[in-house]
Ligand binder design. Structure first.
Ligand code: NAD
Ligand code: UDP
Ligand code: UDP
Length: 322
């Protein structure tokens, strides 16, 4: 599927997990891509296969500082996504979401670009409405360990809608639910990468709490397709729109699937539940279905199989970080 004619597209956080897949897809469609990243959680390795492509440019830059470039579209993905990484330097996390949003919005305003924000299901916090529709305002602790991420992303959404109302900047806001796949950081603590790496290494598989909390896991290719469809919508579509896979699994079920698919002899062990860990999460994707004509196509076991193959090869080659 093509999404219009060739454009110059800025992808912030483009050397990260989702960003690298997005850059790849945009290049494949004939666009010029400027990938901006400070390499906090991303790596050149993730975009190594694009570096020699004439339509790809990689720039080291921190989005909390202004950026003057000429582009037609912006995907704003810069922000660490895993709890371990976003809690490492929480002040920088909030700055990345808030100052980063101000800078990309200021840029979009100046060059009249459409700008898409990678928001998150975390704006719903630990929800008392299930599944979560876009109209739900959420239940977020403003002063907890997750707040730098949750409130930073909420404030970024506020900025997007205010720049849209006040300055007529064309915006697109997608709320991404847990997404997994190749190029996830192997040590970032997220559940899919943790469990697969533990299973492949024959280490104990860590279930936090009783393992009965739920998440809905979307395979990366489905997610990127939805983001690109969102960017291709007309100016009247701003979102927010949930994108994710509504299949809901307990963390224990996920662990059992990983053990089954890897043939691992690892044992399940319990560890304390981190503070403010949401009990359940599942997207209501009615809007994505009607507005984008999109729904996920890759089932959990199929996506896990591809992800396991990636980590298997990754662990076998043991590349240096960075
Ligand atoms: P990731 O950590 O792999 O990617 C984030 C990228 O942003 C990294 O390359 C990192 O180096 C870069 N970055 C961080 N701070 C920066 C800064 N100040 N300036 C420039 N670059 C910076 O995470 P991901 O899973 O690819 O997530 C991408 C985006 O999608 C994030 O905004 C995240 O909040 C959002 N999101 C992801 C998920 C998911 O399940 N993967 C869910 C909801 C939202
Ligand atoms: N900005 C940027 N690139 C641009 C235009 C603006 O990084 O091409 C930054 C600019 O530094 C400013 C922010 O975006 O801090 C917000 O811009 P806006 O024009 O809204 O605000 P102002 O410059 O009036 O404070
Ligand atoms: N989790 C787990 N074991 C791990 C890592 C995570 O049981 O090794 C749990 C975690 O407590 C949470 C769920 O898996 O309930 C998803 O965690 P992740 O950090 O991937 O994402 P988020 O909590 O941001 O949805």
């Amino acid at each position: 599927m093509r999404y219009g004619t060739m454009k110059k597209i800025l992808v912030t956080g483009g050397a990260g997990f989702l960003g690298s897949h997005l850059c790849e897809r945009l290049i494949a469609q004939g666009h010029e891509v400027l990938c901006v990243d400070n390499f906090f959680t991303g790596a050149r390795r993730n975009v190594a296969h694009l570096l020699d492509h004439p339509s790809f440019e990689l720039m080291r830059h921190d989005v909390t500082f202004p950026l003057y470039v000429e582009v037609d579209e912006i995907y704003n993905l810069a922000c660490p996504a895993s709890p371990v990484h976003y809690q490492f330097d929480p002040v920088q996390t909030t700055k990345t979401s808030v100052h980063g949003a101000i800078n990309v919005l200021g840029l979009a305003k100046r060059v009249k670009a459409t700008v898409l924000q990678a928001s998150t299901s975390e704006v719903y916090g630990d929800p008392e409405v299930h599944p979560q529709p876009e109209e739900y305002w959420g239940r977020v602790n403003p002063i907890g360990f997750r707040s730098c991420y949750d409130e930073g992303k909420r404030c970024a959404e506020t900025l997007f809608f205010d720049y849209h109302r006040q300055h007529k900047v064309p915006i697109k806001v997608v709320r991404i639910f847990n997404t997994y796949g190749p190029r996830m950081h192997p040590n970032d603590g997220r559940v899919v990468s943790n469990l697969i790496v533990q299973a492949l290494k024959g280490e104990d598989i860590t279930l936090y709490g009783d393992g009965q909390q739920t998440r809905s896991f979307c395979y990366v290719d489905d997610l990127i397709e939805a983001m690109m469809r969102m960017m291709a919508t007309g100016p009247e579509v701003t979102g927010p729109i949930n994108i994710g896979n509504p299949g809901e699994f307990t963390i224990r079920e996920l662990a059992e699937a990983v053990i089954d698919l890897t043939g691992s002899t690892s044992k399940l062990v319990h560890r304390p539940l981190p503070p403010d860990d949401p009990r359940q999460r599942r997207p209501d994707i009615t809007k994505a279905q009607t507005v984008l004509g999109w729904e996920p196509t890759i089932a959990l076991r199929e996506g896990l199989t591809k992800t396991i193959a990636y980590f298997d090869a990754y662990l076998a080659s043991e590349p240096k970080e960075g």
